[in-house]
Design a protein around this ligand. Structure first.
Ligand SMILES: Cc1ncc(COP(=O)(O)O)c(C=O)c1O
Length: 425
């Protein structure tokens, strides 16, 4: 039998084609996983998750002793994934009461959780205070007023640590839907309004303003925009803050045609160097990667249900926009293969099963003569796939299966039809 073949870095660590050309993930055969757990299913390499968490920590540790890496839990809002990040010693960034609940269930120390959000409700702010969340990242002037009133009512003994979210007015080269720090964004305070918020917060004994926060967007493939953002923020607001939270944003590889992202090592080195140069020594750096921690850890398995030869070949699978909304939201591109026949050359459109013509997963697939019953694999679906999953057309959401060393374990079961109606009154 032929030797196993390593796959590109779009696939999780350790993914190979075995001697028969069948995909193996974490030592498990993809077709057997599909048979055991059904499809669609998210299959996560636990070793890959842990390796990336360690790589981020090591990359910052190589340049500074004073840093925190926080998992942006929105990227893969699954308790088991968050638990891995907690076990690896990361903190957690949450953007809602639901994500806060998940982070607490995953075992994060509340002191290592940060609450974000451009439209936090008062209930969410109260929940964060009651839970003892370490940092609240204040987004706007209304929130300043609400927070100060709620802290007064709450009557905590120690001041609440806060960071101020700034919109630096920088637009990196990424899709507008995932650009978050430009001149006309819903996130954070612009550089003109930020001083008012700072003044009000710094005048209160109930808060400790430990630093500034900015996150300029996601899937960023160059390091320059991070520095541009810090230059603008320090020029406008000074450097007199002990903590600098630089958000996340490091891009990942979705396919060979895409420009390669900077390595985790280069990204961390650049961020530490720019803080040292522009803010001075002795600052704490917080980084909040989401996508770069989880995207390539995961593949989605589907089963082909129909093949139609119209003007083009349409391959219909048993999932779609309910398990991966990114192609529909902002034209995200994914690779796809038949799990036991990689490297085909039949041009196909891989579509989902939903009642929308726009429910297309991959427009320019090349597959090996796809047939109903084939298992398809799309790699790099760990970020913002599970998190944005929905039940359109009454489609139960897929399970999450962890694989490692030849073992497969279910960490989120498939949603049932009963689950779909569990809220009916
Ligand atoms: C405040 C904040 N931090 C971190 C992230 C994670 O970004 P990424 O997944 O691109 O690393 C986001 C994503 O939107 C965010 O809004």
């Amino acid at each position: 039998m032929a030797a196993a073949q390593q796959l590109s870095n779009v696939y999780p660590l350790g993914a190979v084609l075995d001697g028969r050309g069948r995909l193996r993930l974490g030592g498990c055969d993809a077709l057997e996983l599909a048979a055991e757990f059904g499809t669609p299913a998210y299959v996560v390499s636990e070793d890959d998750l842990r390796a990336r968490a360690r790589a981020f920590k090591a990359a910052f540790a190589a340049h500074t002793d004073d840093f925190l890496v926080h998992f942006a839990s929105k990227a893969f809002g699954c308790t088991a994934v968050a638990r891995v990040m907690a076990e690896e010693g990361l903190g957690c960034d949450v953007a809602s009461g639901g994500e806060l609940t998940m982070a607490l269930r995953a075992g994060f120390d509340p002191a290592h959780i940060e609450l974000h959000g451009n439209a936090k409700t008062e209930d969410e702010l109260r929940y964060a205070m009651d839970a003892g969340v370490g940092v609240i990242v204040v987004d706007n002037l209304h929130e300043v007023d609400a927070l100060l009133r709620l802290l007064d009512e709450h009557g905590a003994v120690a001041p609440q640590r806060v960071q101020l979210r700034i919109a630096p007015g920088v637009s990196p080269d990424t899709h507008p839907s995932i650009s978050t720090g430009g001149p006309n964004t819903k996130f954070g305070l612009n550089l003109q309004d930020a001083p008012r918020a700072l003044e009000a917060l710094q005048a209160s004994a109930d808060v400790e303003v430990e630093g500034l926060h900015f996150h300029i967007g996601s899937q960023i493939l160059e390091l320059g925009p991070f520095r541009d953002a810090l230059e603008r923020v320090t020029a406008a607001l000074g450097t007199d803050f002990p903590v600098w939270n630089l958000g996340g944003g490091l891009g990942v590889t979705y396919g060979p045609e895409q420009a390669a992202p900077p390595s985790i090592e280069d990204y961390a080195a650049a961020k530490v160097a720019m803080v040292r140069e522009l803010c001075g020594p002795g600052k704490r750096i917080v980084d909040e990667p989401g996508r770069a921690l989880v995207a390539n850890s995961t593949v989605t398995l589907y089963t082909v249900q129909s093949v139609k030869r119209n003007v083009q070949t349409w391959v219909g699978v048993d999932g779609g926009m309910s398990d991966n909304l990114r192609p529909m939201l902002y034209g995200a591109h994914y690779e796809v293969e038949v799990a036991d026949r990689f490297g085909g050359d039949t041009p196909c459109i891989v579509t989902g099963k939903h009642c929308e013509s726009g429910d297309v997963l991959i427009r320019d697939a090349l597959l090996d003569d796809p047939r109903p019953g084939d298992v398809l694999v799309t790699p790099a679906t760990g970020a913002y796939g599970f998190s944005m999953a929905n039940t359109y057309n009454g489609q139960p959401r897929p399970p999450v299966v962890f694989v490692s060393n030849g073992d497969a374990r279910l960490v989120v079961r498939r949603e049932s039809y009963e689950d779909l109606f569990s809220r009916d009154v």
